[in-house]
Design a protein around this ligand. Structure first.
Ligand code: 6PG
Length: 240
C-alpha cells in the first residue's frame, strides 16, 4: 500500500500546486482501509495539505453514516478522523436519505465543486477529480457499477441510485463519465479470490456490462492497477 500512499501524496501535491486544491474520490469496501490507515500515519499525513483537500466518494451504501457498511464510516475511522481535513471539505453521500434524492444531492455537490452546472464533466485540472481510488469485486464491479445494471452505461447523469440484487441493498454511485474525466485513477486489488476476475478484466475481451471495471478508462488521465501478488497470480508476465 506504500505505492498507493506515495501516489496519493504526489497527486495531492501536484493538484494543490497547479489548481490550489486536491479533489479526491475515495473507494469503499475493505481493501482501502490499509491505505487510509497508512495515510493517517505521520510519515504520510504530514505530506498532504489537508486544508486544501476535498474528499468525495465513488459510491455509498444506502445506510446511515454510522452503519458498519458505510463507506463514509470506513474513511472517517481509518483516515478522516485522524487528519486535519476541514469538515466542510468532506462531501459524503447521504446514504441515510431516499436513494434517488441522495444521488441528486450528491450530483449537485459534485457539479458545484467542479464548477460545471450543466452537461458532461470537464477534464480540466481543478474541474474534475484529481484522483479516484477504486476497488474491484470478484464479479468485476467497481464503485457500485455492477454487472448488467444501467449505471454502467449511464452517460448523462453524474450520479445514480440503483437497487443491487447481488448485495440486497440500494447503492448510490458516480457514473463512468465522471470517473473517466479524472486526472488519475488507481485501482487497489488484493487477494487470491480476485485473480481470475483481474485476468479477465485486464486480459480478456472488452465486456463492460459483464465486467464493469472495464468501463473505467480515463480519457486524459492516468490509470494504474496496484495489485498484490495473490491477485496478480493469473496475469500474463507482461502485466505483472
Ligand atoms: C463498495 C466499493 C466496491 C468495492 C469492491 C471491492 O462500496 O463496496 O465501492 O466497489 O471496491 O466491492 O471490495 P473489497 O475491497 O472489500 O474487496
Amino acid at each position: 500500500m506504500a505505492g498507493a500512499a506515495e501516489r496519493f501524496v504526489s497527486v495531492a501535491t501536484r493538484a494543490i500546486r497547479e489548481s490550489g486544491r486536491f479533489i479526491v474520490s475515495l473507494a469503499g469496501g475493505s481493501t482501502p482501509r490499509q491505505l487510509y490507515e497508512l495515510l493517517a500515519t505521520p510519515a504520510y499525513a504530514k505530506r498532504v495539505d489537508w486544508s486544501h483537500t476535498h474528499v468525495f466518494w465513488g459510491d455509498e451504501r444506502c445506510v446511515p453514516a454510522d452503519d458498519p457498511a458505510s463507506n463514509y464510516r470506513l474513511a472517517r475511522e481509518a483516515l478522516l478522523g485522524r487528519v486535519p481535513v476541514p469538515d466542510a471539505n468532506v462531501h459524503r453521500i447521504r446514504g441515510e436519505n431516499e436513494p434517488a434524492r441522495a444521488a441528486a444531492a450528491y450530483e449537485e455537490a459534485l457539479r458545484r465543486a467542479f464548477g460545471t452546472r450543466e452537461g458532461p464533466p470537464s477534464r480540466a485540472p481543478g474541474h474534475r477529480f484529481d484522483l479516484v481510488l477504486l476497488g474491484m469485486g470478484t464479479d468485476g464491479h467497481t464503485a457500485s457499477l455492477f454487472p448488467s445494471l444501467a449505471a454502467v452505461r449511464e452517460n448523462e447523469r453524474w450520479v445514480v441510485a440503483q437497487y443491487v440484487a447481488e448485495v440486497s441493498m440500494w447503492r448510490v454511485t458516480v457514473t463512468p463519465p465522471v470517473l473517466n474525466a479524472a486526472g488519475d485513477v488507481v485501482f487497489l486489488v488484493s487477494g487470491a479470490e480476485k485473480a481470475a476476475t483481474l485476468h479477465r478484466v485486464l486480459e480478456g475481451p472488452s465486456e463492460p456490462d459483464v465486467l464493469p471495471a472495464q468501463a473505467i478508462a480515463p480519457t486524459d488521465g492516468d490509470l494504474a492497477w496496484l495489485v498484490d501478488a495473490a491477485a496478480a497470480a493469473q496475469l500474463q508476465a507482461e502485466h505483472r
